[in-house]
Design a protein around this ligand. Structure first.
Ligand SMILES: [Zn+2]
Ligand SMILES: [Zn+2]
Length: 100
């Protein structure tokens, strides 16, 4: 009996993909749309967006999660389409079960 072993790398990729598929739940569209948008003011305790690692500029529009962490609107929206949690504190967005 011959058995073909997959390489170490292939195994690692497969395992991480499988692990991601188990845990990743995108946020619902209505939860994303309900996020508060506001203008960024200098002096705010958060100085930058952890998704793209860019700094916020005074007066720019940012989006605030229910956990009060703030991100660029585009950044957090694309993040939430992949993962239903805050990139900083892993706060879980409320799931809107009526949409599923
Ligand atoms: Zn960003
Ligand atoms: Zn958070």
């Amino acid at each position: 009996m011959e058995r073909i072993e997959s390489s170490e790398v292939e195994r690692a990729i497969r395992e991480s993909t499988e692990a991601n598929q188990v845990h990743v739940i995108p946020a619902s569209q209505s939860a994303i749309e309900a996020l508060k948008k506001r203008k960024y003011h200098e002096g705010n305790s958060t100085t930058g967006c952890v998704v793209c690692l860019d700094e916020f500029l005074h007066g720019m529009e940012i989006t605030r999660m229910p956990c009060h962490h703030i991100f660029h609107g585009e950044c957090i929206v694309s993040w939430l389409h992949l993962k239903n949690e805050c990139p900083l504190c892993r706060f879980q967005m409320p799931l809107d079960t009526t949409e599923i």
